[in-house]
Design a protein around this ligand. Structure first.
Ligand code: AKG
Ligand code: FE2
Length: 372
């Protein structure tokens, strides 16, 4: 992996004349943290261990990283972008046939206004999305029990959409399994200690479309507001600039697209499992005003997994900071905060979570101000 010191002043390379709070530090392109994953496909445990050490070092250091030689053919990525573009190019009436609010298990189309919170209507997000999840059987107990995050995949009837998205999902999911196995090695856990919790996971894939607009790039107008992802880690493909991630020193850093790579963010579960050694990567997408597509796959666990510090990270101090939580409850609680239709269901008493829904995410971190 390559790393280099960051510049100490904010650099606005966007040409958008960004206000101070929307700016980020930039890496020289050649010094972005890039990890070669080919060792994960080797039979030699030493190769896997080498990759595991690099994943851990990047997770601790930069707080996010790019992966190359990840084993996902470019053709699969191109096909799923084509499917996403074909879907989002349809008229709104067509897309609303697949409105996520009609789904019993949180799959389908979410228009731009869906992401605005009832509590903070002034905060606008300029994206729409088609969200699907792991293809759980129709007789899965979590689906029958109405846990909302588990169930069969739902697809629009556009030609080629289903095979492209299904194939991509499966390929990236298998990559995620290999990566979680490598994190087990890094955290010095017995093989399977984390993977035992990934059988019918609540892992969503979003086909995100950031819409062209003439609103400013400021704190009230964002592509997507600052947040961490709620699962183990996220394997993200992006079509254009705009993403900023918080590094381990809590400064915003620009994460531009690099050909042939995915960007990986650490999620809340890995932070808790590692007792805070790996920090859940805060990130946001500024409003460039330009069209942008992206494909995050949030690699998560089964709904009922109890997440708490593990192995040598299960210290008293770590348990003090990370109380055990049920991963599906954490994800559903945060998802309710992020989707208008779920807030309405809760407010109308039609959705009664069995846990208290938090107002914010305990894994949130504030960015440090960058001196100008
Ligand atoms: O579009 C991106 O680059 C990031 C999307 C994201 O952070 C999310 O959907 O959670
Ligand atoms: Fe995210």
């Amino acid at each position: 992996m390559q790393t280099a010191p960051l510049p100490s002043s904010p650099v606005d390379v966007t040409g958008l004349n960004l206000p101070e709070d929307q700016r980020a530090l930039v890496f020289e392109a050649a010094t972005l943290p890039v990890i070669d994953l080919s060792g994960l496909y080797s039979d030699d445990p030493a190769d896997v261990a080498r990759v595991a050490a690099e994943l851990g070092a990047a997770g601790k250091g930069a707080g996010f990283f790019y992966i190359i030689n990840h084993g996902i053919p470019q053709a699969l990525i191109d096909d799923v972008y084509a499917a996403s573009k074909a879907f989002h190019a349809q008229p709104r009436d067509y897309k609303m046939n697949y409105y996520i609010g009609k789904s019993t298990h949180h799959q389908g189309y979410a228009p731009p206004e869906e992401a605005s919170s009832k509590a903070k209507p002034e905060k606008k997000s300029y994206h729409e999305t088609y969200d699907i999840s792991f293809d759980a059987p129709a007789d899965h107990p979590d689906y029958l029990a109405g846990y909302r995050l588990t169930g069969p995949q739902v697809f629009p009837d556009l030609p080629g959409f289903q095979p492209a998205v299904k194939t991509y999902y499966e390929a990236v999911y298998q990559l995620g399994r290999k990566m979680l196995g490598a994190f087990e090695v890094f955290l010095e856990l017995p093989p399977g200690e984390l993977l035992q919790h990934v059988n019918t996971p609540t892992s969503q894939l979003r086909l995100l479309h950031y819409v062209e607009n003439s609103a400013p790039a400021d704190a009230n107008n964002m592509g997507i507001g600052a947040h961490s992802d709620f699962e183990c880690f996220t394997i993200l493909n992006v079509s254009g600039p705009g993403l900023q991630v918080m590094n381990a020193e809590d400064y915003w850093v620009a994460a531009p697209p690099l050909p042939g790579t995915f960007i990986v963010n650490i999620g809340d579960c890995l932070e808790a499992w590692s007792g805070g050694l790996l920090k859940s990567t805060q990130h946001r997408v500024i409003n460039t005003g330009r069209e942008r597509f992206s494909l995050p796959l949030f690699f998560g666990t089964d709904y009922h997994t109890v997440v708490q510090p593990v192995g040598k990270y299960a210290t008293e101090a770590a348990f003090e900071k990370y109380k055990p939580f049920v991963s599906g409850e954490h994800l559903l609680g945060q998802t309710i905060g992020g989707f208008r239709y779920l807030q309405d269901l809760v407010d109308d008493g039609k959705l009664k979570p069995t846990f208290s829904v938090p107002d914010s995410n305990p894994f949130e971190r504030e960015a440090k101000k960058i001196a100008v």
